[in-house]
Design a binder for this molecule. Structure first.
Ligand code: GTP
Ligand code: MG
Length: 336
């Protein structure tokens, strides 16, 4: 398990840690010992995290001027040589990707194996379409071994709607013959009270990810629901732009976590039950382009006949736009 435990930037930048990250940060122009210290303790403890930071963030945490912050960021980017990766590096990265299975063959096949680590997957659909149930299923199944379709991983569950149900985790774990107490211990849940709090929780999750949970690397981060707080907090007409900006920032944090630590980020997004809204372009309604562009895998969920649910892959760059029918049962998700 140690080879893919969350080790930070190595996953993405391919550097070898001969010089420590602290040395590298100390070596950046404009970074003295005090600034380095501030950066380190606030989580900017590797070149990757600095190079993807905004100047404003560094101003806030390190008390440097904006000009200096820019200089630091550019220097970190230079050092990282980021932006270009060889085809071989990309192939290596692809090979590290884990696919989390759902227990429903049709659904897994639609996803060419399952929910992928290293990127954001989004399920969107009306109330009761199974967005939260899938979150629970994944939170248990990620703890299975790789042979069994899991990732030997632990879970961060960010709960924006009070949807997390330990009883449901127990049911699904028992169905798989897992020790449900262990399974529950490996899920860290935090309730988000508003959109700002939600954004903060996503950022703070990095500390847990770096540590792992009970010795297990975090392989799944759930954000259920991604959008509801943003909708509620910025509901006025004039607030749309601010909302989208914040949502964009939030998603970048999530994307960075997914990419840097090779974990699966699963987000949910509710849409109104207005069927006519989905003729033509079913993705038009949801969180604007911001959410869509930041989710690599998007699945539209709807209620099917006789209590079934239907998932449809949307806008996938490399998978066919297929559908999968499933049902939610005591054990989790199953084929019909
Ligand atoms: P909103 O969050 O309201 O937008 O809905 P959602 O898409 O998250 O739906 P959710 O996943 O909560 O529920 C989907 C369906 O799962 C429900 O309509 C129920 O039929 C079923 N379900 C929910 N809880 C359980 C449970 O504990 N056991 C079983 N067997 N089915 C459940
Ligand atoms: Mg829900």
């Amino acid at each position: 398990m140690s080879e893919d435990i969350n080790e930070g930037p190595q996953v993405t930048d391919g550097t070898v840690k001969t010089e420590t990250e602290e040395d590298k940060i100390n070596g950046l122009p404009g970074v003295g010992a005090a600034t380095a210290e501030k950066l380190m303790v606030t989580g900017f403890d590797n070149l990757m995290s600095i190079s993807v930071a905004s100047p404003g963030q560094l101003v806030d945490v390190a008390g440097v001027t904006e000009a200096t912050a820019r200089k630091i960021i550019y220097a970190a980017r230079d050092k990282l040589d980021m932006g270009f990766e060889s085809g071989e590096d990309l192939l290596k990265k692809r090979e590290q990707i884990v696919k989390l299975t759902t227990g429903c063959k049709a659904f897994d096949e639609m996803l060419a194996g399952g929910f992928e680590s290293g990127s954001i997957s989004e399920c969107f659909g009306e109330f009761g379409s199974s967005k939260s149930q899938i979150a629970h299923v994944l939170a248990v199944r990620v703890q299975l071994s790789k042979d069994q379709g899991g990732a030997d991983g632990s879970v961060i569950f960010l709960d924006g709607e009070s949807t997390f149900r330990p009883e449901r985790i127990i049911q699904i774990a028992n169905g798989l013959g897992l020790n449900h107490e262990e399974v529950l211990k490996n899920i860290k849940v935090a309730r988000a009270f508003n959109s700002d709090h939600q954004m903060l929780l996503a950022e703070k999750s990095e500390d847990i990810i770096k540590e792992g949970i009970n010795g297990l690397p975090v392989k799944l981060l759930v954000m259920d629901s991604l959008t509801s707080h943003f909708r509620a907090d910025f509901s006025g007409r004039g607030e749309l732009a601010v909302r989208q900006q914040k949502l964009n920032r939030h998603m970048h944090v999530l994307m960075k976590l997914a990419n840097q630590y090779n974990l699966c980020v699963y987000v949910t997004n509710q849409v109104m039950a207005k069927p006519d809204m989905f003729f033509g372009d079913p993705t038009a309604a949801i969180g604007g382009n911001i959410v869509g562009h930041n989710s690599q895998t998007r699945i539209y969920l709807r209620k099917g006949k006789k209590g079934t649910r239907v998932g449809k892959l949307i806008d996938s760059p490399y998978l066919a736009d297929t559908e999968a029918i499933f049902k939610i049962t005591e054990n989790g998700m199953e084929d019909v």
